[in-house]
Design a protein around this ligand. Structure first.
Ligand code: ADP
Ligand code: MG
Length: 681
């Protein structure tokens, strides 16, 4: 018997290989799959006549196969399957790549349903690599109605994912609906099982909307509730008092090659004042990319170390940890602090008499115990959840169990009022101005015809001593879409375009050591151009790099593109960002409008809003791509839901602080690692 906890291997058509691919998507058991939501739907609710099709339109047709055959493309060494499909109005060509088996499954005379983007082939309308299904009676799952699209990984098709979800959807009724009935009733929310059904198998737009609303409510409700619980706990904790070293801090600030911005001063002041208290600081430092958050963090670290207490700085990637390690070692050199680096591959011999430790989540994962950890700073906080904050509560091994002060830093733009509601447990400092002398990054959308001009421009800038990033969406050559893969792009730039320059490569599948070497050489100016995947997104700081090319720019969300772009414009030099859309999107007005926003706005918050607006109702994911792991469906712009949830939580906790009347909700929180009772505190 299948249950929610059954591993996916127990489903039909899931062998070792597929289980591995599913694991890659974070899917281990049936419950995971039920909560794996589509990110958009194709609207195939209406069938079109072939004669009515127009280029660029997403459409669904039903017709009969009149011809189907394979040929080998010599140029690209792959099989191409071509078919002609006819309905009563017209005939259209269908092309698939590398699916030679199709001539065995689809035969002349078969009635099939085809769904996908109408494109062109040799000047004639055609479907290229569309979804297809044989039509029997009423069997269509993939090509008729509102068809969900799921984020997938190589070698796992939409069809396979849909087939798996169809197998498990009946188990939705075993999922416990932990939201108190009172709230559901009052706010007119769907039952969880109904929402789960409708999100995967909607019959109409209304189904999508109501399901989305309930699931978004879930996410926000839990997020706010967890934050509230952590807040209550922290209030009862004790922290080490860090005495503000006024003179030494002033000396340090004076030794810097630049002046702090007023916003940096104000934030540092708020933080240092918090550290002087015996209740743990719990603060969020928010500032757009390049606003200089690290320096504010260093001032807190400096004061902690001068007080002979330990600090930890936690970052999302090994590259970033190394970068921070190097810059702290350099900036704090005169003080002779003991600074250590801890990544997946590097560990300090002993944690006991360190002053400062910098590391990835290995810091938490390895159950490291500290002796006198007084301050924990998490950089790029959006990569970590409230969960980590909760775990930090028990970080110290010392007898009196002092709780470290906590500071998280993020470039994710949220307005103050919203941040306070959403992360009610955090105090907030905002760096709302850039360091003096920064110039606006010049951003251009470049047509393919002008590619060489862009390269020429870059060559000239590099001759003047600058450096460049080239960002590509994928690692491996993907056959037909012309998606630039980093490796291919690296080869091209290194051998054809910039043979005279040193061009480096950086992607997630490289070994940590290799990545580090490339970054070091880039930082040292030995490499002029770095070709990278989205790995580069977070935190990297090479002020001399002033140029960025983003290939396949349409494949990224605006917020993410803004993060990429934040790698340049980090000094008083003029920086330039060139966006290249992928070939098949180059004339899609929606894509161009979206990318055009980047050329106009430099403000992360504005861009996030535009992104959401332009995507419209058809797309489900809020800002998850920009790194809110807790928010898959909800977005930080769901003001109404956030307000409602906050309100209901207040009522709930005031009536029933231990939540004992709500065992299902309590279970849910325990499952997530949150206890509402108090014997632990
Ligand atoms: P982020 O807020 O994105 O983490 P960083 O802290 O990495 O930004 O700072 C970006 C760059 O700006 C760094 O090279 C840093 O040395 C520099 N910087 C920080 N503060 C100032 C300042 N007040 N004036 C000039 N440059 C600064
Ligand atoms: Mg940073």
């Amino acid at each position: 018997m299948l249950s929610l906890n059954s591993p996916l291997e127990e489903l039909n058509r899931v062998g070792k290989t597929n289980a591995k691919l599913l694991k890659k998507l974070g899917l281990g058991n049936i419950q995971d799959l039920l909560f794996y939501f589509p990110y958009r739907y194709d609207d195939f609710t209406k069938n079109s006549l072939i004669a009515d099709l127009e280029k660029g339109q997403n459409a669904n047709i039903i017709g009969t196969v009149e011809l189907i055959q394979n040929r080998k493309s010599f140029k690209r060494r792959i099989y191409v399957t071509e078919a002609l499909v006819a309905d009563e109005s017209e005939t259209i060509k269908i092309i698939w790549f590398n699916q030679a088996f199709l001539t065995k499954t689809l035969k002349v005379g078969d009635k099939i349903s085809i769904a996908g983007l109408v494109s062109e082939n040799n000047g004639q309308l055609a479907f290229i690599s569309p979804q297809y299904e044989k039509v029997y009676d009423n069997n269509l799952v993939n090509t008729s109605g509102l068809i969900p699209n799921y984020h997938s990984t190589e070698n796992l098709t939409q069809k396979q994912i849909r087939y798996l979800i169809k197998q498990v959807i009946s188990l939705r009724t075993s999922v416990e609906d932990w939201l108190p009935y009172k709230i559901k009733d009052k706010l007119n929310l769907l039952d969880l099982s109904e929402a789960l059904y409708k999100i995967h198998f909607p019959k109409s737009d209304e189904d999508v909307l109501s399901a989305k609303h309930r699931l978004a409510y879930n996410e926000i409700f839990l997020l706010c509730l967890k934050a509230q619980i952590v807040k209550e706990k922290l209030k009862k904790r004790q922290a080490q008092k860090i005495i503000f070293q006024k003179e030494k801090t002033k000396e340090f600030v004076d030794s810097l090659p630049f002046k702090l911005s007023d916003a940096q001063k104000k934030s540092a002041w708020e933080i240092l004042k918090d550290l002087e208290k015996t209740t743990p600081m719990n603060r969020l430092l928010e500032g757009d990319v390049g606003s200089g958050k690290t320096l504010v963090a260093i001032m807190a670290i400096l004061n902690t170390a001068l007080n002979k207490e330990q600090s930890a700085l936690m970052v999302p990637t090994g590259i970033l940890a190394t970068q921070h390690f190097n810059s702290l070692t350099r900036i704090l050199a005169p003080y002779n602090f003991k600074i250590a680096l801890m990544t997946g591959t590097k560990k300090p011999a002993d944690y006991k008499d360190l002053d400062i430790i910098i590391g990835t989540h290995a810091l938490i994962a390895d159950k490291v115990k500290f002796d006198k950890l007084a301050l924990v700073i998490v950089d790029e906080q959006h990569r970590f959840g409230v969960e980590q904050r909760q775990r930090l509560l028990n970080f110290n091994d010392n007898a009196n169990k002092l709780t470290p002060h906590f500071l998280s830093m993020t470039a994710t733009p949220i307005p103050r009022s919203l941040a306070l509601t959403l992360y009610g447990d955090l105090d907030l400092s905002i760096i709302d101005e850039m360091p003096i002398g920064r110039k606006k990054i010049i951003t251009r959308l470049v047509k393919e015809d002008n590619r060489n001009l862009a390269y020429e421009f870059i060559r000239k800038e590099i001759k003047n001593g600058r450096q460049a990033y080239v960002i590509c969406p994928m690692i491996d050559e993907s056959d037909r879409l012309g998606v630039k893969s980093v490796k291919a792009e690296h080869l091209k730039l290194n051998e054809e375009i910039f043979p005279e320059l040193s061009v480096g490569l950086l992607h997630g599948k490289m070994k940590a050591k290799e990545k580090e070497i490339v970054m070091q050489e880039f930082l040292a100016g030995k490499i002029s151009v770095i070709v990278a995947t989205s790995l580069i997104e977070v935190g990297i700081d090479v002020p001399n790099a002033t140029i960025m090319i983003i290939e396949g720019a349409d494949r990224f969300g605006l917020a993410q593109l803004h993060q990429f772009r934040g790698r340049i414009g980090r000094s008083d030099l003029q920086s330039y960002c060139f966006l290249f859309p992928s070939r098949e999107e180059i004339s899609n007005p929606k894509t161009l409008e979206r990318l055009d926003a980047l050329t106009k706005y430099n403000d992360g918050f504005e861009l996030a809003k535009i992104d959401l607006k332009l995507r419209g109702e058809g797309e489900l994911y809020g800002l998850s791509q920009s790194g809110w792991p807790e928010l898959q469906i909800a977005s930080i712009f769901d003001y109404e839901i956030i307000k409602e949830a906050k309100n209901e939580i207040e009522i709930l906790l005031s009536e029933n602080p231990g939540l004992n009347n709500y065992p299902l909700l309590k279970n849910k929180l325990t499952e997530l690692g949150y206890q509402t009772h108090s014997h632990l505190e």
